[in-house]
Design a binder for this molecule. Sequence first.
Ligand code: CP
Length: 301
Amino acid sequence: MIKHFLSLSSLTPSEITALLDRSHFFSQNYRNPDKVHHLLRHKIIANVFYEPSTRTRCSFEVAAKRLGTEVVNFVPENSSVRKGETVYDTLKALESLGVDGIVFRHSDDHVFDQLKNRIKLPLLNAGAGKYEHPSQGLLDLFTLKEEFKRLEGLKIAICGDVKHSRVAGSLMVAAEKFGMEIYLSGPPSLVPKSQKLFVTEIPFDDALPKVDAVMMLRIQLERHESLDLNQESYHRDFGMTPERLGKMKKEAIILHPGPFNRGIEISDELVEHPQSRIFKQMENGVYARMAILEWAMGQGN
Ligand code: CP
């Protein structure tokens, strides 16, 4: 059976927990070739990104190489996409060339609907429009679990452009599965209404003392047709500032999926603050993606 990794919503809590356990194993052993380098040796994955990426693309590549896998980096701008080749025909070409899995990012929320039954090798969602970013979701869960040793009952504020964020999409799916509470804050036009019992819309300053973590989000300018963003007033009203950090519990942490805009959604001096886990999230992304690659392409598949 082909194991696509398309969303956290399609995985059970026990499947996600197993991936978190493997992420922990990789966090302890990723530099030990004897323990990990054979796991996906002789496999080849293709990184196919129709949208820009630094963290996701490079960490899938690092994760693959730690597992002994070769990586083909496909660049649409320098490919037959420029001659009109469709997404399906491009992925089918890579399948024909004999790659063993495709890590795929695209701006279309529904892009996998057309592909998942037609491509005969694992597709790994590296970000689909505003829908889900499940490998980011897994690394965020892993970061929270490593920090607090539990997920159940954690309270997380998500602040910013929630409406256009696939990171928020995956975190909310995970929150429901693991009994976490979500507080949504940000400009009213960018915070969708939710009927879910575990989701509360709340002014950011009111959320801060309640939560274990805040997930700060970038304004997704590339998904807005027009937006009159005043950076100074946005930072004042919705940014993570030293004053706002002072309202949080001492053990609460700051998260951000990156890329972050210093001075807009987060003050420069907080990016590497002791309560920030932003760069830890990036590190954890390698472990989470090792777990995902093994799950999709490892023995028994
Ligand atoms: N968090 C994230 O998806 O970052 P990139 O766009 O750099 O991959």
